[in-house]
Design a binder for this molecule. Structure first.
Ligand code: PLP
Length: 455
């Protein structure tokens, strides 16, 4: 069995080789100064670990599409035996396009419209309603017909917050689900099961990042206790499924996976000893813990300078691709390794550097006063643990294009091979996304001066 440190060593070796090979092949360089790299072997290893941790319990593992909404990656996940959790019409269509059968998709979202609910019900897609108004909509759409797929209700166990407010979804005032500790709310959920035979699942997702395992397990315990209560009061087997969400935190300090899925399962067994006794179909929805450590953003250092005594390296990796990390640097510290212009690990005396991104916004720094070997133009920086909520979560600030993303694998002979996952966005696409097909709509006259062709 591979140990944690073996896995960390493999990850590092494969990633260093991928950076060097990307430079050698020109996937990263003067004309493509920013690139996303996905460790395909690592990703498949993580998926295998997830399945092994919950085995032999028959658990369905849906990955959260929003963490890495890239069609080839989603297709790979479908092949690897994962289900898919989606939270918008775009993610739902993407999951279908990536080859997920409707029965392997779970649709969560706090804002499903009537049309979206009709689509999901017509296609037999499982969904979790967020609130009682949505429950009434689904009831009206079903009009007495049996459920075409498992239908659940999201509850907020209000167990409290983790260390990151914006990713804590089980606080007393979180915007998600029915808050169980509010006056009369638990009774109302029990009543909903009594009234609606189509309702068979309870869903909870305590939070992402910064939530300690006991807090997550406490949320699952509350959902389980509610299921037990419904089954005791309304009738046996009224709740048949428990969707326990995702939220496993990720270690941003080094290459090891900690906490592990196995540690979380042990915590769940402690908190809810009967969770795995087979009475409930279990569904998980991990996102960050599957993707984060298997992705790298790599950039060329374009310029270096010294300002106020501080070394600054200006790179192409900023808030446009590390959107969530850059908005809260204290919650998402980014590990950075430096390589020379040939992609070889850089050594030598270190100096504190600020690593700047390309955005015209002063907070666009991926690291502040970070000790790195003295950087020069043309060097390469690899920003680690950036495989979740970044490669597919571009922010079009400054009309910067989305970079290309490549998957990499290591052959038995130790060679790195690349597969394209998403091409870089072209300047023409950037313009179209900014409305150039309607340029004259506010001034019904073509521009007086012919522009320079963008392509
Ligand atoms: C985002 C989300 C997840 C995944 O959360 P991670 O922290 O990435 O594991 C799972 N379920 C729901 C409902 C979500 O919104």
């Amino acid at each position: 069995m591979e140990t944690t440190s073996d896995a960390a060593r493999r990850r590092r070796t494969a990633r260093d080789a991928a950076v060097a090979e990307a430079v050698r092949q020109g996937l990263l360089g003067a004309t493509e100064p920013l690139v996303g790299l996905l460790d395909v072997d690592g990703l498949l290893g993580t998926v295998a670990e997830l399945h092994a941790a919950f085995a032999p319990a028959p658990v369905r593992h849906a990955f959260a599409a929003k963490a890495c909404a890239l069609a080839p990656v989603m297709r790979l996940m479908a092949e690897a035996g994962m289900d898919c959790e989606v939270a918008s019409p775009g993610e739902l269509r993407l999951a279908l396009a990536a080859g997920f059968a409707p029965g392997r998709i779970v649709y969560d979202s706090p804002i499903k419209t009537v049309a979206e609910l009709e689509f999901a019900l017509a296609h037999g897609i499982a969904l979790n309603v967020d609130n009682f108004q949505e429950l009434a909509r689904v009831d009206a759409l079903l009009a007495g017909r049996p459920a075409p797929a498992p239908l659940g209700i999201r509850v907020n166990p209000q167990v409290g917050r983790g260390s990151v407010d914006s990713t804590s979804t089980a606080t007393s005032t979180s915007k998600f689900g029915v808050a169980l500790r509010d006056e009369g709310a638990t009774e109302a959920v029990v009543q909903a099961f009594a009234r609606h035979p189509w309702l068979t699942r309870i869903h909870t997702h305590v939070g992402s990042l910064g939530c300690p395992l006991p807090l997550m397990a406490e949320g699952v315990a509350a959902a389980h206790a509610l299921a037990e209560r419904v089954n005791a009061e309304v009738g046996p087997r009224r709740v048949t499924g428990l969707d326990i969400g995702g939220g496993l935190p990720v270690n941003f300090a080094d290459d090891t996976d900690t906490p592990t899925f196995a540690e979380y399962v042990a915590e769940l067994r402690r908190a809810v000893p009967t969770l795995f006794d087979g009475r409930y179909d279990l569904i998980t929805e991990f996102g960050r813990a599957i993707f984060a450590k298997n992705g790298t953003v790599a950039s060329i250092v374009e310029y270096t300078k010294t300002t106020g005594g501080r070394r600054i390296a200006v790179t192409h990796a900023g808030g446009q691709i590390l959107t969530r990390a850059m908005s809260m640097p204290e919650a998402w510290p980014i590990r950075i390794d430096a390589f020379d212009a040939k992609g070889r690990p850089k050594s030598g005396p270190t100096e504190p550097h600020d690593i700047a991104g390309p955005l015209c916004f002063a907070g666009d720094l991926s690291a502040v006063a970070r000790d790195l070997p003295v950087l020069e133009p043309g060097d390469v920086l690899a920003l680690h643990d950036t495989g979740a909520y970044s490669l597919s979560t571009h922010f079009s600030y400054n009309s910067l294009p989305r970079p290309a993303i490549h998957g990499y694998r290591t052959t038995p002979a130790g060679e790195t091979t690349f597969t394209p996952i998403r091409p870089a966005q072209t300047i023409t696409e950037v313009l179209t996304d900014s409305g150039t097909t309607h340029t004259d709509s506010l001034v019904p006259r073509p521009p007086a001066v012919e522009g320079i062709s963008p392509s």
